[in-house]
Design a binder for this molecule. Structure first.
Ligand code: NDP
Length: 405
């Protein structure tokens, strides 16, 4: 049915390539391209060995639009899936515009020299994509991604008006390393060391970052894994959901962190190892966070001994379609060891990469068909929700009777 070009062969790229390879009736031809061809080679060899399918691979520097244009023109995909880093979003979108090819990613653009992410840079492509007759789907991982689909589903089928949304992201797994991040260390650390904000009554409210002794946190009793300390964090889907969920009064995002993780990160942050500016080291310029990344475990290789589960979902409060005030919790539970057994990936990469495959499937099948730039909650959630159950991320819907701060 369609040809896809996947850019980025890290933890998430590994999952996208393998999940797409499993669905050969939709993804008839796959090309995996990245900066380092060896990583593409390894993934392609595993796909051939375990699934008996050959995929193409290519080397590309996604910071260079002409190189991307050349690759796209050679392969002529129906869709480019960007699972490189947020720094490459705009160059890949530019290359899609020049070649007239659809685009999908899992994280919004972030400039390399500023710890700051927001959708404005990508939303600015709206008219250009429309004019070219192509579609961009932004943020189609788990969160953002499935969290937005859950919101669209709640808005379409359950609620007349959603007043409050709390997105809760819990990783109750153990990878066995003293300190590691579950996706790209540089992007992860930049995200969690920011000032926190949430949205209430038409405005953004700032609270201290998670490493601060005054950070906002509480113990939430997650399904299956039990109580975990959950920290208020700013996450990119809040920005689009505030625009697209009607009647919303408050939206917050919470993520679990262990005391161990916070202690390591606090030390690294306090000694300057998370700095993103250049420092002089023995006559050379180095960027501390990039140096730190080279020392930390590669998230795509964490899966080997990973045990435990992730629980990610949304709690909604509002007035249901039949006029009742009700809280509903929609969530997924994913098991690190199971995902490793299936495709040699830990659950964080799996929960991010599988929805990217499903989003790509929605686009190739024409279920999500439009021109312009879209966040996931602007698109119909039904077929996506069905596909989550079918392709490895089953979800539960329950009435929520617990407490939130
Ligand atoms: P990794 O660092 O493991 O992988 C990134 C890949 O992109 C690497 O293969 C890297 O190549 C490649 N890459 C980096 N720069 C370039 C470039 N200039 N040209 C070509 N390839 C390049 O990261 P993850 O797989 O953990 O994360 C990938 C993306 O997924 C990130 O944007 C992250 O924010 C997002 N994500 C989204 C989630 C969600 O739920 N929405 C959850 C988790 C992640 P090299 O090997 O040479 O470094």
């Amino acid at each position: 049915m369609g040809k896809i070009l996947i850019i980025g062969a890290g933890g998430v790229g590994n999952v996208v390539a393998k999940k797409c390879a499993q669905v050969s009736e939709v993804f008839t031809e796959i090309c995996l391209a990245s900066r380092n061809i060896e990583k593409c080679n390894k993934i392609a060899a595993e796909i051939e060995k375990n699934m008996g399918r050959k995929i193409k691979i290519a080397q590309v520097d996604a910071n260079k639009v002409p190189d991307l244009v050349k690759l796209i023109n050679e392969f002529r995909p129906n869709l480019v899936i960007n699972v490189a880093l947020p720094y490459q979003d705009l160059t890949i979108m530019d290359a899609c515009l020049r070649t007239g090819v659809n685009y999908l990613d899992t994280a919004n653009y972030e400039p390399l020299d500023d710890v700051h992410f927001e959708y404005s840079w990508q939303w600015a492509y709206q008219e250009k994509f429309k004019k070219k007759g192509i579609m961009a789907v932004l943020g189609c991982g788990f969160d953002p991604g499935v969290s937005n689909v859950f919101c669209a589903y709640a808005q379409k089928h359950i609620y007349k008006e959603i007043t409050n949304i709390d997105i809760l992201d819990c990783n109750a797994g153990d990878h066995g390393y003293p300190f590691a991040t579950n996706f790209n260390p540089e992007i992860n650390i930049r995200e969690v060391t920011q000032i926190v904000k949430y949205w209430e009554n038409e405005k953004w409210i700032e609270t201290p970052m998670i490493l601060d002794s005054k950070s906002v946190h509480f113990s939430f009793d997650y399904p299956v894994v039990g109580p975990r300390e959950s920290y208020l964090l700013y996450h990119e889907e809040l920005e689009s959901l505030v625009r697209n969920i009607i009647g919303l009064k408050r939206i917050r995002f919470w993520m679990t962190f262990s005391e161990n993780y916070l202690t390591y990160l606090r030390v690294l942050h306090n000694v300057g190892m998370t700095r993103i500016d250049e420092v002089e080291f023995e006559g050379k310029k180095i960027v501390p966070i990039k140096f730190l990344k080279t020392l930390l475990p590669d998230p795509s290789l964490l899966g080997t001994n990973y045990t435990g589960k992730t629980v990610i979902g949304c709690i909604f409060d509002g007035i249901t379609k039949n006029g009742k005030k009700k809280k509903i919790y929609i969530y997924n539970v994913c098991d690190h060891a199971k995902t490793y057994k299936e495709i040699q990936a830990q659950a964080i990469s799996y929960t991010a990469g599988t929805p990217a495959m499903i989003g790509a499937m929605m686009m190739l099948k024409g279920i999500w068909k439009n021109t312009g730039v879209f966040n996931v909650e602007q698109l119909d959630p039904d077929a996506f929700m069905e596909a989550l159950n079918k392709y490895g991320l089953p979800w539960q819907q329950i009435e929520f009777t617990g407490n939130l701060p």
